[in-house]
Design a protein around this ligand. Structure first.
Ligand code: SAM
Ligand code: SF4
Length: 351
């Protein structure tokens, strides 16, 4: 039996039984956990400089990657514990061979209510009809600029037309889309207003994200100049009547709408970490490391536990132990890294 290092008792993770058979898994701070972000690869067909250096990363070898069978098993165990939503991310998830086979299998998992995707959209368009058939709940599409030259400067690849094709395909198949744009001084701040303009006639939400230091060593990062306050201030100057809209439960974005626009505008204070108090998510990296906070250094090597022959029940015990020892927020998690700098690539975390 695994025991708590602090109190030597069994893990103090809690469950609330709402009504049979719905259960809510609670962490040691009373926060519900029901959302897994699964990074299926660290490889990518873009080289966004806020995410990785021009030459890429030391890619995870095939042997070190979680196999699809291992991912599926881990998802089954997690769904039994209370996870009901999985987001497939990466790296660029669609560069991993046979991803659609995995999504097909995942879509049949009993108890899993939502599968969502985050993609850069470069090779996604042809897959959209099948994603629709499989019931994909929503797609987050990364798009930092609508200007082709700026897109190239940011991503180091000339792929804007194919990303826009994916956006068209998603909209024409009625798959809900959120556009993610990282806001960077001197790079794409001129894009804030055109991106918000997209919400006028298109049913898309646009979310502006503070830049975090997870760039795989591409450059040193300072406290972002374009924080949530500055982003909001800029939007309010252009649209003084910008309305606050209610934030859905567990939302990481603060949400607004320009009156009359179809889509919403969100601001994600990813560096300022304003949302930790309601954080409902856990992450698994391509190498099978569990992260219970974006800023932690990994709390459990799930791949090795599975490869060492642990049963599902033993795996569950380890997971519950990790959930009962979550950091209260990203600041505490960063502190606990004990000097290991926050500079890994977001492609190894999944965003
Ligand atoms: N390749 C896919 C994509 O770009 O959508 C999925 C993986 S990517 C790591 C997930 C999200 O993380 C993207 O929306 C991206 O903009 C965001 N991201 C990457 N590096 C970031 C950073 N340093 N700061 C803030 N957001 C970042
Ligand atoms: Fe690739 Fe996404 Fe990272 Fe850009 S943000 S380099 S698209 S993983």
């Amino acid at each position: 039996m695994i025991t708590c290092k602090r109190c030597s008792k069994p893990p103090c993770v809690g469950y609330i039984y709402l009504f049979k058979p719905v259960i809510v898994l609670l962490d040691n701070h009373g926060r519900a956990i029901h959302y897994l972000r699964l990074a299926v690869t660290d490889r990518c067909n873009l080289r966004c400089h806020y995410c990785m250096p021009e030459h890429g990363l030391e890619w995870t070898s095939r042997a070190e990657l979680l196999s699809y069978e291992e991912m599926l098993r881990m998802c089954k165990v997690l769904v039994r514990l209370g996870i009901n939503k999985v987001r497939i991310t990466g790296g660029e998830p669609f560069v991993r061979k046979d991803l659609m086979k995995f999504i097909r299998a995942l879509s049949k998992l009993d108890g899993l209510e939502q599968i969502n995707l985050t993609t850069n959209g470069v090779i996604t368009a042809p897959l959209v009809p099948e994603l629709k058939k499989l019931g994909i709940h929503s797609v987050n599409l990364s798009l930092d600029t609508l200007d082709r030259e700026r897109f190239f400067q940011i991503t180091r690849r000339d792929e804007l037309p194919r990303v826009l094709e994916t956006l068209d395909a998603l909209l024409s198949h009625d798959i809900p889309v959120k556009i993610n744009a990282v806001v960077m001084e001197g790079q794409n701040t001129d894009d804030l207003l055109p991106l918000v303009e997209m919400t006028k006639n298109l049913p898309v939400d646009v979310r502006f994200i503070e830049e975090m230091p997870f760039n795989g060593g591409d450059h040193e990062t300072a406290i972002p100049l374009w924080n949530h306050v500055k982003i909001l201030h800029t939007l309010c100057q252009q649209w003084p009547d910008l309305e606050k809209t209610p934030d859905p439960p567990y939302s990481t974005s603060m949400n607004y709408r320009v009156p009359g626009h179809r889509g919403k505008v969100g601001i994600i204070a990813a560096w300022s970490r304003t949302f930790c108090g309601t954080c409902n998510r856990i992450r698994v990296t391509p190498q099978g490391v569990l992260k219970t906070c974006l800023y932690d250094h990994g709390v459990l090597q799930l791949r090795d536990l599975m490869r060492n022959g642990l049963s599902d029940a033993e795996l569950s015990e380890h997971l519950l132990f990790a959930f009962s020892h979550r950091h209260k927020d990203g600041w505490e998690a960063e502190e606990a890294r004990r000097g290991v700098p926050v500079e890994e690539s977001m492609a190894t975390i999944g965003g």
